[in-house]
Design a protein around this ligand. Structure first.
Ligand code: 39S
Ligand code: MET
Ligand code: ZN
Length: 777
């Protein structure tokens, strides 16, 4: 019976990795400093895990940018054009070029970090969401006939480093089948699974070296086992583990699944000749019984009993009951306790959260506390329940305090939801009538230009907010600064020739956290940073109770911005689906209830914006796709409810008020019907990098409302010229009737610098104008 962990956050309690990366990228510090910080963090985190009671710490879970990219580099899956010499090691330059694209001359971005403007050059690999999390991984690009060869053995190095430092360790590898399933083929119609035979020898060699170095267990992450699998994928699992399992005796493989239940893949997993299986018993507790009934007696079972995705304390008595159920049917030596998934998605330590209300704090656990819970459970099984009775009683008390707390429930919120009717989710008129009313009111040109909301969050803007937070400036001073920023941005937009303006979101720390700060039912952490991608982090707010909006949130800033101009000013909100998806959400009521509470809170904000004279309101829902259940069977119910919540937020307004929505990072092909059901008057989407590919889905579906396909890929530091954007718009116009097209970037501009935004927006307006001229001819 061992206490184990599947992975630890890399960024550091004070985001030390972020600082080290950004300083290295800016050319301010050498590679050796970055490596030293990485080493320090690894050592610190191993010690922290050991001190929490973890008996074998995970190694090779650390990454300088992303673990999927690390895997691609380790197996030599590197496309041409990134400066890698076949057979050689992968330089840091190649690695970061794959992650961030080729950099030319350094130039300051919004944060004041170096960025560059290569006119052309190797683009960054595509980034996409890691399952249903807000973490992004880099998508490896593989070719037909691709060969693989180890470029090094980072897992072996990490194992040796941990061993030298005195930490018993378990190396983590992203398993070969999930690696292939998460990759993309360069050629259309190619299937990455065909490359398995060439990939397995690299894994075999790695395992042999790990065994030689003394490793006894290797954690093989195969999260794709919780997805709907094709027969071919199922066969790939069989081939892979038939090949790998005996290769390096006495090495044992822990097949690790998470983010859901195995369901019909349980038999497949149990038939693989591995030595252990990790189950996510937080997302899928119901899989314990069948797993116990079917697992061969010698198979080790790793029970993921502590939630790696949320911040609530584990109900240790309930978890211990599950563990005892397992122990009653199996020998304790075959059992391990672990978090449900890697703790990558958890904040690091609750200890420093001294500003958090003590009652709320008593209900919570971050990575370090979660590992202590794992250790307690393991100890209970080893030494018997009395040995951990004090901890169980403390856990009971925390659970009871939370259950009984009057702060969770607001009768007015319950009453509001109960009084809701289907009418709440319906606009007064169908789209054509609304479109006519909006056109009459807004009087926009053809191909109207707009942006997605945020302008650069410069070092100066962040410093002004930080100074206010530390109490070094007054609220009046901070607001005067914001007003000046808004005024400057309005004047600039007018001069640039933008048709529908935004205020720029200068007052927002984050599009989710900012709104949460105005809403009841939320709490905030000081250091609860979670990696989103590379050096970028988010601090998800915690929804602990019923959500309501005591007062307007954005009306003052939007009305102020509108007062500066005769052009229409678009109000800017984050929608209910995204507000929930990007928060840590209470687990004592159904998620759908929380989402609906958010929908009504936002509905009131939309109505107040309309009353303040705002003619267009954008309700961002970039997380709608990410929240899609991993299994097709669960999707329809989610989509129905998510769409309804968006519509509740959007539908309180008159026909003449234009509702926009925005989505990025989205694949829509499988959910286009639901996107259409949202019935936003205008939707802006990310399409630049894929050269409008996404619009095919809209065209095929005959999507009826207005669309702004992004013409500027804002995730790269490159400034496209007017010609390029005009070409993209012409591609768009072949798929969508021109009179329904808007012109805008892919997403908000908060991560870009003004030196990129100014020329790119000028080019965008020029592209729109040139099409107007053509249309008029
Ligand atoms: N929640 C969320 N998820 C999202 C997105 C998003 O915008 N929000 N966008 C997509 C892409 N993901 C992204 C995630 C993070 C960032 C990002 O820029 N994050 C910032 C932090 C944003 C933030 O909370 N900023 C705060 C705190 C800033 C800060 O670091 N302050 C310093 C002090 C700064 C100073 O003195 O100058 C400190 O606290 O130490 C603020 O502006 O107020 C970062 O990593 O740098 C961008 C995109 C998908 N998921
Ligand atoms: C991740 S979607 C971002 C939308 C938001 N309105 C912005 O412009 O930043
Ligand atoms: Zn976006």
């Amino acid at each position: 019976m061992t206490a184990t962990n599947l992975g630890f956050p890399r960024i550091g309690l004070k985001r030390e990795l972020k600082s080290a990366l950004e300083s290295f990228w800016a050319g301010k510090t050498p590679e050796s400093d970055l490596r030293a910080t990485a080493k320090m963090l690894r050592q610190r985190h191993w010690a922290l895990q050991r001190d929490a009671g973890i008996e074998r710490v995970p190694v090779n879970d650390f990454s300088l940018y992303d673990h999927v990219l690390d895997t691609a580099c380790a197996v030599g899956a590197i496309p041409d054009g990134y400066g890698w010499q076949k057979g050689g090691p992968v330089s840091l330059e190649t690695y970061f070029t794959l992650a961030r694209g080729e950099r030319g001359t350094a130039e300051a971005c919004a944060h004041g970090h170096a960025h560059a403007h290569p006119a052309k050059g190797a683009p960054a690999l595509e980034m996409t969401k890691w399952f249903d999390t807000n973490y992004h991984y880099l998508v490896p690009i593989l070719r037909r006939g691709q060969d693989f060869a180890a470029t090094g053995f980072p897992a072996v190095e990490a194992y040796e480093a941990a061993t030298r430092a005195g930490f018993p360790a378990r190396p983590v590898l992203l398993g070969p089948v999930s690696f292939l399933l998460l990759s993309k083929m360069a050629e259309e119609g190619g299937d990455a699974l065909d490359l398995l035979p060439g990939l397995l020898p690299v894994y075999a060699e790695t395992l042999k070296r790990l065994a030689a170095a003394g490793a006894r267990w290797v954690q093989m992450d195969e999260p794709c086992l919780v997805l709907d699998l094709s027969d071919k994928a199922r066969r790939a699992f069989a081939t892979a583990y038939d090949t790998l399992s005996g290769i390096a005796a006495p090495l044992s493989l822990m097949l690790t699944t998470y983010f859901g239940g195995l369901r019909e893949n349980l038999d497949l997993a149990l038939a693989l000749p591995v030595h252990g299986l990790h189950l996510d018993l937080v997302r899928a507790p119901e899989q314990l019984a069948p797993a116990l009934a079917k697992a061969p007696p010698r198979l080790a079972l790793s029970l993921g009993l502590v939630n790696g995705r949320n911040v609530w304390r584990t109900d240790l008595r309930a978890a211990f009951a599950l563990l005892r159920e397992a122990a009653s049917e199996r020998r304790a030596e075959t059992l391990m306790v672990a978090p449900s998934c890697s703790l990558l998605h958890s904040p690091i330590d609750l200890e420093g959260e001294t500003a958090l209300d003590p009652e709320l704090r008593g209900w919570m656990a971050f990575a370090r506390q979660k590992l202590e819970e794992v250790a307690i459970l393991a100890r209970g099984l080893r030494e018997g329940a009395p040995a951990i009775e004090a901890a169980l009683a403390e856990s009971d008390a925390a659970q009871e305090s939370r259950r009984a707390s009057p702060r969770l429930n607001d009768p007015a919120v319950a009453a509001r939801l109960a009084a809701g009717t289907p009418e709440d989710a319906r606009r007064a008129s169908p789209f054509p009538a609304r479109q006519a009313a909006q056109r009459a009111r807004l009087n926009l040109p053809a191909f109207p230009t707009t942006t997605i909301g945020s302008f650069p969050q410069t070092a100066e803007v962040r410093a002004a907010r930080a100074a206010r937070k530390r109490g070094e400036t007054t609220q009046e001073e901070y607001e005067a600064y914001l007003r000046a920023q808004i005024e400057e941005s309005v004047r600039w937009q007018e001069e640039a020739g933008i048709d529908m303006l935004v205020h720029g979101e200068f007052e927002r720390n984050d599009m989710v956290e900012h709104f949460a700060e105005f809403l009841e039912g939320y709490a905030f952490t000081r250091n609860g940073w979670v990696q989103s991608y590379g050096s970028r982090c988010v601090k998800p707010p915690v929804i602990f109770g019923d959500v309501s909006r005591p007062a307007p949130m954005t009306v003052r800033w939007s009305a102020y911005a509108q007062s500066l101009t005769a052009l229409p000013m678009k109000g800017m909100l984050t929608g209910p689906v995204t507000m929930m998806q990007w928060a840590f959400v209470r687990d004592d009521v159904p998620a759908a209830t929380v989402r609906r509470q958010l929908a009504y809170a936002l509905r009131d904000e939309v109505a107040d914006l309309e009353a303040a004279g705002i003619a267009a309101v954008q309700i961002d829902e970039p997380a709608i796709r990410e929240g899609l259940p991993l299994r097709a069977a669960d999707r329809a119910a989610y989509l129905r409810d998510a769409v309804e919540c968006f519509r509740i937020a959007a539908s309180a307004v008159q026909d003449r008020t234009q509702i926009h929505t925005h989505m990025c990072y989205s694949e829509f092909n499988d959910i286009i019907g639901s996107i259409a059901d949202m019935d936003a008057d205008v939707i802006s989407i990310e399409t630049a990098r894929s050269r409008m590919e996404l619009l095919e889905a809209f065209a095929e579906f005959a999507y009826p409302n207005e669309i702004g396909p992004g013409v500027w890929d804002i995730h790269a530091p490159r400034v496209p010229d007017a010609e390029e954007m005009r070409n993209l718009l012409q591609v768009a116009a072949q798929r969508i009737p021109a009179e329904r097209l808007w012109v805008n970037p892919d997403c908000g501009l908060k991560t870009r610098g003004w030196s990129e935004v100014r020329p790119a927006i000028a080019n965008m307006v020029a592209a729109a104008r040139s099409l107007r001229v053509r249309a008029a001819e």
